[in-house]
Design a protein around this ligand. Structure first.
Ligand code: GCW
Length: 689
């Protein structure tokens, strides 16, 4: 099955096993069986059994570690190490940040070796244990002394699960959390999910959909949330919930949900108190308000800050709970006939001026691009506007606009376009990953969230290959400069095996996948040309982009295409970026080709930096992308016999489907623009079918 994801711990070959120390004991420096330290010890035990076929006993809390025979693995927090005879050793290690770990190998004599794993906290120790096991599983050498700390403290997942068990934009079966309005009795999958999360350093999750407004807070569900939290806590994962702004009115029997109304305030205070009784380490509340028709503070004539602060104050007395206030505030009934209207402007328009208005436990959660998880977007301009209010950058692991897990699209190369972008705030280096980590503006808590939407499917995401994106997401939260090639190589080895053909084939297909999908779905920053009107966001439908209020417009007519977002003649969106970046996007000559149609409205005959015209680039790119996708099932054949039949066929089927669907994309888009502009393809391929 695919349930274990990349944590398969496939047996190592005998010749490798024979070179490993004969581990004698796992020492857990904790008495509590629900502590992540004990989880780490059990994971080590399980991993050693599967990888090396060794039975190793767990010893709990030893102070005289040196007394225990060597070739042991000791796992604990730095503090717990300090109480042992290893104190001198751990006193020497460099400072660790929250959730960081130290992993060290001590060769003793006659081939015996101790492994010491010390976490800055319990969670960090668990991460160190996973790191050790993943090195072992790949037959990589253990470091002599290695410290690692995450760049960002917030490394979270958002699930869009509804209480009836459906998942908005979920492509892998029903919810692992809810069914028929209640929390599931059996939370086995929830704990397994937390294990996968922990193995790549993810430490929090919002379990319900930002769009759901069912009764999550009746007494049974409150207890249910408590059970979810209990299932995930041993893995160092904390939970939070998404709230519906109008709950006081809808379910509380109040006449209003006005955030300044005293009854509304006490409604939320009371609810929060009850929730903390069940989830004492609540992460906090995720809020989608005044977005896509949802109510919010603006509905009651209040500011977005009034709305956020209502929840922030309710949380404060109970702990370190945060309000994740989504910047995805916009009007989805925008009038396309007004050339100044632009959905990409909304976040800055709504949030500018609020930087000093939020309580200190409010954090603004911003999607990576100004529109909505498209195949290519510039970074959201709001990332350059908040200085004192920390932020969470929102990614999507589920591939809503990117083929919904029926197409393989390895996402890190897309993420890198955002993370590596230098926004040049105040003319100073302002790379997005340094803003998000908190280092640029000295924020204590900031980081990442990704919409993942795993479901009951035994592959979690509906496709084995799609899991590389979940694995990679954790890696990037930890270290946003990671090289996407080594990430996919590690994932391939852990998931499918270390044979060079496996690793090379998966790496090659994965690295080709995002450029291919961009080529056959939407080029030059025109967005993913999928169906907006039917809301499925799947399959080619270039006509659906315009003529509606969603604002994902292309403004294509018989002569020209693209959104004029310049300050001089367009919507002014380019001007929302800091001056150097604004100047680059304002000028067609300095706008990179791959964002040309995002920022400029140009004739189809406009010449790109490559020398091609826009329309010829469209034709060629769609042919190139589809051609690449057609090699995927062929390349995959190399894995036959090297991996198990089940996963081989499951993946082969999907890649074959993708190859076919890429042709549907190619021809639909090319024929559409050919019909619109009447300009022939210089290679004579388009319009002759
Ligand atoms: O991408 C869009 C999705 C909606 C989603 C919304 C959001 C949960 O199409 O399904 O709603 O974004 O992020 O709130």
């Amino acid at each position: 099955t695919g349930l274990e994801g990349w944590l398969r711990y496939a047996p190592l070959p005998a010749e490798i096993i024979s070179l490993q120390p004969s581990f004698s004991h796992i020492v857990a420096l904790s008495r509590s069986e629900t502590s992540p330290i004990y989880t780490a010890a059990k994971e080590l035990q399980d991993g050693l059994k599967k990888l090396l076929n060794r039975d190793v006993n767990i010893v709990k809390t030893a102070t005289e570690i040196k007394e225990i025979p060597s070739s042991k693995i000791v796992v604990g927090t730095l503090d717990s190490f300090s109480l042992t005879d290893e104190k001198i050793e751990v006193d020497r290690i460099p400072d660790l940040k929250e959730d960081g770990y130290w992993l060290s190998t001590r060769k003793i004599d006659s081939g015996t070796t101790d492994i010491l794993i010390a976490g800055q906290n319990e969670r960090g120790a668990l991460y160190g244990a996973f790191q050790f096991l993943m090195l072992l599983a790949q037959n990589k050498p253990y470091p002599e002394s290695h410290t690692s700390s995450p760049q960002a403290p917030i490394r979270w997942i958002n699930q869009w699960d509804n209480l009836d068990g459906t998942i908005e934009r979920g492509y892998a079966g029903p919810s692992i959390f809810f069914k028929d309005g209640a929390v599931l009795d059996d939370l086995t999958r929830v704990a397994q999910y937390a294990r996968l999360m922990a193995s790549v350093g993810l430490n929090g999750i919002i379990v319900n959909n930002v769009n759901s407004h069912c009764n999550l807070f009746n007494p049974t569900n409150m207890k249910g949330l408590g059970r979810i939290a209990d299932a995930m806590r041993p893995w160092g994962v904390r939970i939070g919930v998404a709230l519906y702004f109008d709950t006081p009115k809808d379910l509380g029997g109040l006449p209003t949900s006005d955030p300044l109304n005293p009854d509304v305030v006490s409604y939320w205070n009371d609810l929060t108190t009850r929730l903390y009784r069940n989830v004492p380490d609540l992460l906090g509340y995720l809020i989608k308000a005044n977005s896509e028709g949802q109510p919010g503070p603006l509905t009651y004539g209040r500011t977005l800050a009034d709305g956020a602060n209502l929840f922030a104050r309710a949380l404060k007395p109970h702990g370190d709970g945060l309000v994740m206030y989504r910047a995805f505030v916009y009007n989805h009934h925008l009038d396309e006939s007004n050339l100044k209207n632009d959905r990409a402007n909304a976040a800055v328009e709504f949030f500018d001026g609020l930087d000093d208005e939020f309580e200190d436990n409010v954090i603004v959660q911003i999607k990576y691009g100004p529109i909505d998880f498209q195949i290519r977007e510039p970074p959201s301009p709001l990332l350059s506007h908040l200085r004192r209010t920390p932020i969470i950058l929102e990614f999507q692991v589920c591939q809503e606009y990117l083929g919904q897990q029926s197409h393989l699209v390895y996402l890190p190369p897309l993420w890198r376009t955002i993370l590596d972008f230098d926004l040049r705030i105040d003319g100073t280096p302002s790379v997005v990953r340094d803003i998000v980590s908190g280092s640029k503006f000295d924020w204590k808590r900031s980081g990442y969230a990704a919409v993942v939407n795993v479901g009951q499917d035994s592959t979690w995401l509906g496709s084995h290959m799609a899991m590389s994106n979940l694995y990679a997401y954790g890696c990037y939260c930890w270290d946003a400069s990671r090289d996407e090639v080594t990430v996919i190589q590690d994932w391939a080895r852990l998931t499918f095996g270390s044979h060079p053909t496996i690793v090379d084939t998966i790496t090659k297909i994965s690295m080709e996948s995002w450029p291919a999908y961009e080529n056959y779905s939407g080029n030059l920053g025109i967005q993913t040309l999928c169906d907006i009107v039917k809301h499925c966001h799947y399959g080619p439908s270039p006509a659906a982009m315009d003529g509606n209020g969603w604002g994902q417009w292309t403004r294509a007519d018989s002569h020209a295409i693209g959104m004029d977002r310049t300050v001089a003649t367009g919507t002014g969106n380019a001007g929302q970026y800091p001056p150097e970046v604004a100047a680059m996007f304002e000028d067609i000559k300095t706008t990179p080709d791959d964002l040309l149609l995002w920022f400029h409205h140009v004739p189809y005959t406009h010449q790109l930096k490559s020398g091609k015209t826009v329309i010829q680039h469209f034709y060629d790119a769609h042919y190139d992308g589809a051609k690449t996708a057609q090699t995927f099932p062929v390349q995959w054949q190399a894995l036959r016999g090297l991996i198990d039949e089940n996963r081989f066929h499951h993946t082969a089927l999907r890649l074959t489907y993708q190859a076919g669907h890429s042709i549907v994309w190619r021809d639909s888009i090319n024929n559409f623009y050919h019909a619109k502009c009447g300009i022939p393809d210089v290679h004579g391929r388009v319009g002759n079918h």
